[in-house]
Design a protein around this ligand. Structure first.
Ligand code: CP3
Length: 358
């Protein structure tokens, strides 16, 4: 199999290659043929074909089987005709790979056996290297082969969001232990986040080097912080993770939930695209971000349950708002909910394509 090329950013992409796709072009604020669309959590429980192949296989185990990862990643691409595949894995996979004792509990999320609270707990976090995740490299290569011109988006969890799971020991609403550590022992917090930045960055780099055409850093829960705390305790660590792929010619998307106040700071951390959740309009997001960033978003996932007329109106508005952005990738404001009728996603994809065709 040929090694995926990493041409310099200035090298012209050959037409028909994922580097020339509307998704990558929108991320780079270049002209597109139509607004590219994909959905966070497009692979997963909303699809009966996903539930069928996952039957009896625990989540983390499924992430370590390259053929299964390939099949699950391709399912929504085949079904919906979206403009990108999102690699099927999880933000805690690299932590599992370095030996952290954790599991993904159905209906709950990641649960960590021994939460990280003091300095000696950091010894459990060693650097991530590519040879610890051979199944990731293999799955990305299989996928890039299968996908042809369609780009694959690799991803990782950002240091704050990963830290939240490690410090709380599981999903958390108020992040009290995380904030207590951040403010009570800023040096330990920094040391923890520096380690997580290495792990996130290496996870992104493995995927980009194996052929992913773009990456997304998920800082899902960082909207829990003020701007001041983001600058003081988080931004440089997210920047370090994003910096790990700066020279690999892959646009970087930086997303979080409830991050309206942080959009600019998240862009400045080193992203080409800033993900916008549904609480801030794309128009406001563009006003806050200025001309240097493309935006991704931002249909409220709950609207997928509304009558088609209401949903259609909102999709058209978002496409229209997106035209004012320097680049726009259509997505939800957060992940697809498992109960959604997948046919609605197919219909939304077609509608975005139809109304945005140039
Ligand atoms: O389609 C895709 O988006 C690709 C794969 C993907 C998964 N997790 C698969 C998954 C991605 C990009 C993620 C990222 C992820 N994982 C995030 C960031 C994105 C976000 O939603 O904000 C976070 C916070 C996690 C942690 C996590 N893992 C949660 C909260 C859950 C859900 C728990 C549940 O059961 O409700 C998981 C498990 C998980 N990761 C599932 C999937 C498809 C569901 C498990 C299953 O299908 O058995």
């Amino acid at each position: 199999m040929p090694t995926p090329a990493s041409p310099s950013a200035s090298a012209p992409a050959e037409p028909g290659s994922p580097r020339h796709s509307d998704l990558v072009r929108a991320a780079r604020r270049q002209p597109v043929t139509r607004t590219p669309v994909w959905f966070m959590r497009q692979a997963g429980r909303s699809l009966p074909e996903y539930r069928a192949v996952r039957e009896g296989i625990p989540m983390l185990e499924s992430c370590m089987q390259p053929e299964l990862v390939t099949e699950i990643t391709l399912q929504p691409v085949r079904r919906h005709g979206v403009d990108a595949a999102i690699f099927f894995s999880d933000i805690v996979v690299p932590l599992k790979a370095i030996g952290v004792d954790l599991d993904i509990v159905p209906g709950v999320g990641p649960v960590v056996a021994q939460p990280i609270r003091e300095a000696r707990d950091l010894d459990r976090l060693v650097d991530l290297t590519a040879d610890q995740v051979p199944y990731i490299t293999e799955a990305v290569r299989l996928l890039v082969d299968e996908l042809g011109p369609i780009p694959l988006i690799g991803f990782a969890g950002a240091p704050f969001t990963l830290a939240s799971y490690l410090v709380e020991g599981g999903p958390s609403k108020n992040h009290v232990q995380t904030k207590a550590l951040m403010h009570g022992d800023p040096e330990l917090w920094d040391a923890l986040c520096a380690k997580l930045a290495q792990i996130s960055g290496a996870f992104l780099r493995v995927q980009a080097q194996a052929g992913a055409s773009a990456v997304q850093l998920f800082d899902s829960w960082v909207g829990a912080l003020s701007r001041a705390d983001y600058v003081r305790h988080v931004q440089r660590h997210s920047a370090a993770a994003l910096d790990a792929v700066r020279h690999l010619d892959v646009p970087r998307i930086h997303f979080g939930v409830g991050t309206g106040e942080l959009l600019r700071l998240m862009g400045e951390a080193g992203a080409e695209v800033v993900g916008v959740d549904y609480r801030v309009s794309l128009t406001d997001a563009v006003a806050r971000l200025g001309p240097d960033y493309a935006v991704q978003g931002n249909l409220d996932p709950a609207l997928l349950f509304a009558p088609w007329e209401a949903l259609e109106r909102r999709v058209r508005e978002i496409v229209e708002e997106g035209r004012q952005a320097p680049g726009h990738i259509f997505n939800l404001g957060h992940g697809v909910l498992p109960e959604v009728d997948p046919d609605v996603l197919t219909r939304v994809t077609a509608l975005v394509h139809e109304v945005s065709a140039r």
